[in-house]
Ligand binder design. Structure first.
Ligand code: PAF
Length: 283
């Protein structure tokens, strides 16, 4: 596997592939790879000739009191995991390569409205940090396709909106969430959970599933469903930041006319913040 640290090298390798008419699929990650990331890589392999994966813990998307400094950096293990997959180029830049003037001096990409709701309400600069770094990677790599996990549903929608708004010439693909046997979505942050928290964590998925069942069975009292699920979660000490039933196409609060739904939630178990969602349509 070709591993590169410098964006100039990555740009010239990818540019050469483009001249050779090889298509490129890109999977951006922050490392600490798990089954969910590997599924994104497998999806990318089905869609293009060349696969580029990035590992970069992006300081711009972490708030001041968030886990940037302790976010797990496991590059040796990540390389081993990727060795079983056909990855043509692994890009592992340093912060100064991506932000030559420092993150705080970087030009920012801001996707309005979508970035300020749900996760964006409690993490005000998070999504501009994500949109900015993803935009930079797209400019360096110039992929035909980029693959993102549906677990970060809001992030996926924001990237799609950015690509559409800025006429970026690539296709964004969303891949299904990978879950543990008990339903917990795979996440690098699951590693922060204590044994007791890990046992309670699947309730997040189960409450989303329960909400989905109620909606599919015709219940349109969305606020009641949200309140009931928040109560159940809070009783099990999963402190709910939000539990929200939305329109899956624009993340607007669902109403009686909604056909395509996404139910999204963010909870704290101790100091660990977990997010998850389920999307589905009424027939
Ligand atoms: O989803 C992530 O891991 C990150 O937000 C991303 C897309 C790699 C940008 O840093």
């Amino acid at each position: 596997m070709n591993i590169q640290k410098h964006s100039e090298n990555v740009h010239s390798i990818c540019h050469q592939w483009c001249i050779e008419r090889q298509t490129i699929a890109f999977v951006p990650t922050m490392g600490n790879l798990h089954a969910g990331h590997l599924k994104l890589v497998e999806k990318a392999q089905q869609l293009a000739d060349k696969i580029v994966v990035s590992i970069f813990v992006n300081p711009l998307q972490f708030g001041e009191n968030e886990d940037y400094s302790v976010y797990p950096r496991t590059i040796d293990e990540d390389r081993e995991k990727l060795a079983d997959h056909v990855v043509d180029l692994l890009f592992v830049p340093e912060v100064h390569d991506i932000y030559p003037n420092g993150p705080s001096e970087s030009t920012i990409v801001e996707v309005p409205t979508l970035s300020g709701i749900l996760c964006g309400a409690s993490r005000p600069r998070h999504f501009s940090g994500v949109a900015t770094v993803v935009n930079k990677f797209f400019n360096i790599i110039q992929p035909n396709i980029a693959v993102f996990g549906k677990k970060d549903f809001q992030q996926l929608m924001i990237i799609k909106r950015m690509v559409n708004d800025l006429n970026m010439p690539l296709t964004i693909v969303g891949e299904e969430t990978i879950r543990e046997q008990d339903g917990l979505a795979t996440s690098s942050r699951n590693a922060y959970l204590t044994t007791d928290e890990r046992e309670r964590a699947p309730l997040l998925f189960h409450s989303l599933s329960k909400a989905k069942q109620r909606i599919l069975s015709g219940d349109k009292q969305f606020t009641d469903i949200e309140d009931a699920m928040k109560l159940t979660l809070n009783q099990q000490k999963l402190t709910t930041e939000y539990f929200s039933i939305r329109n899956a196409t624009d993340l607007i609060v669902a109403d009686v006319n909604t056909k395509d739904f996404v139910v999204l939630a963010a909870v704290y178990l101790g100091s660990t913040r977990l997010i998850d969602n389920l999307s589905f349509s009424l027939k």
